[in-house]
Design a binder for this molecule. Structure first.
Ligand code: 6GU
Length: 249
């Protein structure tokens, strides 16, 4: 997969050199390129923003600068010709909520272009123009709080997508059991050595070696946690996927 990120703060994205995403890049699974939006400005001051039409506080990012940047990195108007595969992501607190399902869908794409806005946001005609010209455009929020710009949200989304690419996470089974995975439940609590720490014991069942009982205990704990912490997820559970024991928890 190729991902191009355009931002006025390329250094924010340096965390993507580390850990699993860094390895995915080094191994060639992920071709991630970070660009400075100011490379597409044309004035001496490298201006990317201006005052909002209609008045009000703050500054809005100019569509002309963004248009040149997005056209270039997505391959539009270049010798490569129109890259219909490039999917445009616009991180914004007013977007649709980014979820594990979103990450799964984006992981299928060949090419993502992430346009990180700052200030009061990017001129609305940018999303409008790319939608109108056949690009898949996703305006996405990572949750109900306000960040200063799209960069941290882009980090979140890129990490969530990159770890779903084949070969990035060593054991594909760990993708299934974890929270927000296929089961629709939060993950059960996990323990390691020592068996007693600060007067707290690891639950006996986990030391029993009884595989079926361990599986049952883990599922019960996952259900219990989900009921207490995320009743909204319980509502969304497919009843057909529950067993008789589940329904008594
Ligand atoms: Cl994607 N951007 C900003 N600026 N704030 C956010 C967000 C995105 N998602 C949640 N808050």
């Amino acid at each position: 997969m190729r991902i191009d990120v355009v931002t006025i703060f390329p250094d924010y994205l340096s965390a993507l050199d580390l850990s699993l995403v860094g390895k995915a890049r080094a191994s060639g699974i992920l071709d991630l390129r970070v660009h400075d939006l100011r490379d597409w400005t044309t004035d001496r001051h490298r201006t990317v923003d201006d005052t909002p039409f209609g008045g009000g506080a703050g500054m809005v990012m100019r569509p002309d600068v963004w248009g040149r940047a997005i056209d270039d990195v997505s391959g539009r108007g270049s010798e490569r010709g129109a890259d219909q595969g490039a999917h445009l992501l616009l991180p914004t607190p007013s977007g649709d909520t980014f979820t594990q399902r979103t990450a799964e869908r984006l992981a299928e794409a060949d090419h993502l272009v992430v346009a990180c806005g700052r200030y009061e946001g990017i001129d609305a005609r940018v999303a409008e123009h790319y939608r109108a010209t056949g690009t898949t455009v996703s305006e996405l929020s990572i949750g109900d709080y306000v960040l200063n710009g799209g960069e941290v949200a882009a980090l979140v989304m890129i990490e969530a997508v990159a770890r779903l690419l084949p070969g990035v996470v060593g054991n594909p089974h760990s993708l299934v059991e974890e929270s927000h995975g296929a089961a629709g439940l939060l993950e059960y609590p996990v323990y390691t050595k020592p068996p007693t720490w600060a007067e707290h014991d690891v639950p006996d069942v986990l030391l029993s070696g009884h595989h079926a009982r361990i599986e049952r205990w883990r599922r019960d704990e996952a259900l219990r946690r989900t009921v207490v912490r995320r009743p909204d997820m319980v509502e969304a559970l497919d009843v057909a996927g529950l067993d008789a024991h589940d329904l008594q928890v």
